[in-house]
Write a protein that binds this ligand. Structure first.
Ligand SMILES: Nc1ncnc2c1ncn2[C@@H]1O[C@H](COP(=O)(O)OP(=O)(O)OP(=O)(O)O)[C@@H](O)[C@H]1O
Ligand SMILES: [Mg+2]
Length: 1063
């Protein structure tokens, strides 16, 4: 896809992805270019990721627009060179996970989207590689996200740094010190539900392996006035509410507390004990656990909680005036609790709360206090107890964080990473001493910030051999001087007023101020102001024109707060405390020390100076936090509020300094690595020095001499547009390179795959071919051997069995037997049988017999009784007639029928005459008379005992089988036969001459029935028969052409039987 970029008249730049649907890459009325270097997703490319790339870098509107656009996309981080600008999203963006940490580890700062972890990692790497102490300065106004950022940084180091040799206890303590400090030092304010009411600078010590081994915390000016008073909508320090909400019943009982914040006067001033965003109960659990981690013993926890409770009880102490208007304690119960919790004498405490000890001329005098003074003394004690406990707590945490190896030689090789989370610039409707200190602190840090950024910029130019062009910027030294200068500064004047004898009041202090610094351009009071401004200033107020804006301070309480006075007898009482923590907080030496302690402002000034020195000794990194709205709402971008912060954080100033000369600079190696694909000479690799490569590259890109400068190690590009043009070219080039790389890679990938497949195929093929070849060769070898053995065996086949002919002989036998199996005779009539080899002749014969027997047996088993009878009859027929009578062969294929006459064809009378005798066979016959040889149609019936000749319905003749002496028949083809009857039987008429069309069948059945099989005579020529008593008849048979039966002249019956072919 070709990348098209168009510049449209409004100054917007669009990237045309589709001719009809342009996809907007950039917006902005001032032509803000939004593409950033580095391979980022489209979302990451919203706005510029580094303000120095803003074309119109002096325009606050362009700055705000960029910030707004990114914020809308939840991109809360943007750079100004190395400075990270962070906008509080007021929502969990899920950008601090372990994966995010990994993503930012060890990568170049500018190669990934801006992130706090990028700063964290860069700082850590610098610490490790250059072994220089580092400091991350996190600034911004209340609620801007400083503490959150500090916590995220600590979390990053705790999770990504190697664990120290002695286990991870230090890491846990570093992390767990936070909830404890926050419980005691943070409170809900109107600006922030978890506002840090103290400044914090934390050192984390790393050993030479980069593992965190210890830490140290410096705390600054706790806002202790909060202990006794909170503005409406604000709370006291979290710990009070946490204890009341989360503390166990037993603990509360011991401390004499009720589980109700409303019962304590120090907790009701702000009228908002409950806050929806805070869960005091679960926070209490966290704090309790954390205390254990940071080495608190159970006793110490108890002592600490006793102090917390004692502050609450102090708040509930009431006074009443006696007749002389002196204050008297009316709440004895509280005194009792206090005496127990703090380990002091009740009476002493009572007296100390209502009297003041004055030492005049070496004598101690007790002067009673009036109601107001007593309340003041009580509050002063509460504040002192709490603030000193806080200081003690920090000391205790420091002892727990202190590296256990501090004494060992390796300790000297540790490096330190400082995290500064200090209260931001504050402007309220009513600003007091605390705001004065806080804003002074910010003024100091701003001064340091400008100094260091300018310095580093200048140093970079010098190091690169590029001429430094002076940058115009506002130096706030003048304001710092106004506050801190000796004798003439506000703090000095305040101290002086606090110390001087006589009636010093806040107003006398103001007058003195007016006298001393009236000429100062950044100072204003009602008296000094002109007519117009005077209206906005009260008489007890003075105004400072801070670098970040004007702030009007009310002088009320300045002297008191600066003095931080605690009456001597209260101090003495506390010094006698049996509570170990209290006795550490109130040192007896303090009482004997005649020197007046430093005032609060001076202490603060000195600690700030010390802080500045600490920071100066380290390599700085900056996180500038911005609060997007006052409502703590996600997604709301309050233009006015943010513009104000941009101004007082000096971000525009910072940008101007950064952009004074050149908008962009990068090391030659980095620049060349990124853009080398744009020049044929540097792509894909440049063999020479990176600097020369960059020179060739920019010449090829057509950079004009005024657009860039070559430093010693870096190229400096003056205008962002030059860089953007290069970036656009790179974007286009990337597309084509990506396509080429893709194509090459795909080609390579598929070729590799193809080659792999090919190699595999060849491997399989060759293996298979080998296998086939080997099989074939083995088969051939076997065949050759077999043939050879057969031939050899064949030659020796007649020799006695020996190894040479054994195979052949076996083979012949086997093949005969196998062959035989296929060629066995199909039926009993099949006489075929393969010829056996000589050695198997006998076996073959046995087999043949077996086979035949088997077939016969099988046949016999399978035939029906009728068929058996048929065969038996046929066998008898064959026995009688075979080869003896001419027409026998014709009868063979014709089946014998059980009877040739049905029951209906036989007269019932005949049947009746036969009685119970069954008829086994009946056949129509022709009977020839014995005398005239007349043919007469008769029926022949066979019963179990006789042959019966029937004429119609009459039994003409019955021949019992016992009387049947024989049967005669000719050998010719005629069908005449004679039944010979016993001559002695007078009942019989003589032999009977009959003719049947089924002569063979009839005779066989008759012979069988009469058991006269051996009495069937087959005669050649003629048959003699008995024609009646004493008279014989003769039948002559002659062959002829056709059947002719006649009575011959000689009185014989002449039968001419046709000759048949079979004979
Ligand atoms: N990066 C962030 N992501 C999500 N929420 C945040 C982030 N930073 C800050 N917040 C939200 O804003 C609130 C205020 O932040 P934080 O306490 O860090 O402000 P601060 O600058 O320390 O203010 P103060 O000067 O009053 O101590 C946090 O409690 C949290 O709810
Ligand atoms: Mg904070």
């Amino acid at each position: 896809m070709a990348l098209q970029v168009e510049l449209i008249p409004t100054g917007e730049i669009i990237r045309v992805v589709h001719p009809h649907r342009p996809c907007k890459l950039a917006l902005g009325s001032d032509g803000v270019r939004v593409t950033m270097e580095s391979a980022l997703t489209a979302r990451d490319r919203v706005g510029v990721q580094d303000f120095v790339l803003l074309e119109n870098f002096t325009s606050e509107a362009a700055f705000m627009e960029n910030l707004r656009r990114r914020f809308r996309e939840n991109l809360i981080y943007t750079y100004i060179g190395p400075v990270l600008v962070s906008v509080n999203p007021y929502r969990d963006l899920q950008i601090y996970s372990r994966q995010h940490m990994e993503r930012y580890r060890g990568v170049s700062f500018y190669e990934v989207p801006p992130h706090l972890f990028a700063v964290a990692d860069t700082v850590y790497r610098a610490l490790r590689t250059e072994r220089r102490d580092q400091a991350v300065m996190i600034s911004g106004e209340s609620g801007a996200g400083k503490t959150e950022a500090t916590k995220r940084l600590l979390q990053f180091y705790a999770e990504t740094c190697p664990a120290p040799e002695r286990g991870g206890a230090v890491r846990d303590r570093l992390l767990q010190s936070n909830p404890v400090l926050e419980a005691f030092g943070n409170a809900k304010t109107l600006r922030n539900d978890n506002s840090s009411r103290f400044g914090k600078y934390m050192d984390v010590q790393f050993d030479f392996k980069g593992a965190p081994v210890g830490g140290h915390i410096l705390s600054y000016l706790l806002e202790k006035s909060r202990v006794v008073h909170q503005n409406h909508g604000e709370r006291n320090f979290h710990i009070f509410y946490q204890l009341l909400e989360g503390g166990e019943e037993e603990t509360l009982r011991r401390l004499g507390l009720e589980r109700n914040p409303q019962s304590y006067l120090y907790l009701v001033k702000g009228q908002c004990a409950k806050v929806s965003s805070i869960n005091d109960k679960s926070d209490w659990k966290v704090v309790r656990k954390a205390l254990t981690v940071i080495d608190f013993t159970e006793e110490e926890v108890e002592e600490l909680l006793s102090i917390v409770a004692s502050v609450l009880h102090l708040g509930n102490i009431h006074f009443a005036a006696d007749e002389e208007s002196n204050a008297q304690v009316t709440t004895e119960n509280q005194i009792k609790y206090l005496s127990r919790l703090l380990g002091v004498e009740g009476a002493t405490l009572r007296e100390a709360l209502t009297h003041r000890k004055i030492i005049a001329k070496g004598e101690e005098l007790l002067s009673p206090l009036n109601l107001e003074q007593a309340a003041y003394a009580r509050d002063a004690l509460a504040k002192a107890v709490y603030s000193r406990t806080f200081t003690w707590l920090v000391g205790k945490i420091n002892r727990s964080l202190a590296s256990k190896d501090a004494e060992s030689p390796s300790w000297r090789s540790t490096t330190v990473l400082g995290l500064l989370d200090i209260y931001g610039f504050e402007v309220f409707q009513h600003n007091s001493f605390e705001q004065f200190c806080i804003n002074y602190c910010n003024e100091k840090l701003q001064q340091l910030f400008i100094e260091l950024t300018l310095k580093s910029e200048q140093e970079e130019y010098e190091a690169e051999g590029i001429a430094w062009e002076p940058v115009q910027y506002f130096n706030n030294k003048i304001i710092c001087d106004l506050v801190e200068e000796k004798f003439k500064g506000i703090i000095s004047i305040l101290d002086e007023e606090c110390l001087r004898p006589g009636e010093a009041t806040d107003l006398t202090f103001l007058e003195k101020l007016e006298d001393t610094v009236k000429q100062h351009p950044h100072f204003l009071t009602h008296k000094l102001a002109d007519q117009r401004t005077r209206k906005s200033l009260g008489r007890g107020e003075f105004r400072l024109l801070h670098y970040a804006g004007e702030v009007t301070y009310s002088v009320t309480g300045f002297l008191d707060k600066n003095n931080d006075l605690l009456f001597r007898n209260l101090k003495e009482t506390m010094c006698s405390s049996k509570n170990p923590i209290m006795s550490q907080c109130f040192d007896r030496n303090e009482l004997s020390d005649k020197k007046r302690p430093e005032t609060v402002a001076t202490q603060f000034k000195l600690s700030l100076l010390q802080l500045v020195e600490i920071l100066k000794s380290k390599e700085p990194a900056y996180v500038r936090c911005i609060k997007p709205n006052d409502a703590k709402q996600p997604g709301r971008f309050d233009e006015v509020l943010i513009r104000h912060q941009v101004k007082y954080l000096g971000l525009m100033e910072n940008l101007r300094v950064r952009r004074a000369g050149f908008a962009y600079r990068r090391k030659y190696e980095v620049f060349l690595q990124r853009y080398k694909s744009l020049c044929p000479e540097t792509w894909p690799t440049w063999a020479g020095r990176p600097q020369d490569g960059v020179a060739v590259l920019v010449r090829h890109l057509g950079y004009k001499p005024e657009e860039y400068k070559m430093g010693r190690t870096k190229i400096f590009i003056r205008f962002p547009k030059t860089l953007f043009a290069t970036e656009d070219a790179l974007e286009v080039r990337r597309q084509s390179l990506a396509t080429k790389i893709q194509a090459a890679w795909r080609g390579f990938h598929w070729r590799q795959k193809f080659l792999r497949v090919k190699r595999s195929a060849i491997c399989i093929q060759s293996w298979w071919r080998g296998t086939l070849g080997r099989r074939k060769a083995a088969k051939r070898k076997w065949a050759a051997q077999t043939i050879r053995r057969l031939i050899r065996g064949f030659i020796l086949r007649h020799a006695p069995r020996c190894p040479e002919n054994a195979f052949f002989l076996d083979h012949v036998r086997t093949s005969f037997l196998l062959n035989l199996r296929r060629q066995l005779p199909r039926n009993v009539l099949d006489t075929s049988w393969p010829t056996p080899p000589p050695a198997l002749r006998e076996a073959s014969e046995l087999l043949r017999e077996l086979c035949m027997k088997n077939m016969v047996w099988k046949y016999c088993r399978s035939i029906s009784p009728e068929w058996k009878q048929q065969l038996q009859q046929k066998a008898v027929a064959s026995e009688i007639f075979k080869g003896k009578k001419d027409n026998y062969p014709q009868s063979v294929p014709r089946l014998f029928i059980s009877t040739r006459l049905g029951a209906d064809e036989i007269s019932p009378k005949v049947l009746q005459a036969l009685g119970s005798e069954p008829i086994q066979y009946a056949v129509p016959v022709v009977k020839y008379d014995r005398k005239g040889y007349k043919p007469r149609s008769r029926q022949l019936l066979l019963t179990p005992s006789a042959v019966v000749i029937v004429e119609d319905a009459k039994v003409k003749q019955r021949i019992d089988y016992a009387n049947l002496t024989g049967i005669s028949v000719s050998s010719l083809s005629d069908s005449l036969f004679v039944l010979h009857v016993q001559r002695e039987d007078n009942k019989q008429k003589g032999d009977v001459v009959l003719q049947s069309d089924h002569v063979i069948e009839t005779l066989t059945k008759t012979a069988l029935s009469a058991d006269r099989v051996n009495h069937v005579n087959i005669n050649q020529g003629s048959i003699t028969f008995a024609g009646g008593p004493g008279r014989d008849g003769i039948i002559d048979f002659t062959p002829g052409s056709e059947l002719l039966i006649t009575k011959a002249k000689n009185g014989h019956l002449a039968v001419v039987a046709p000759r048949l072919n079979s004979r």
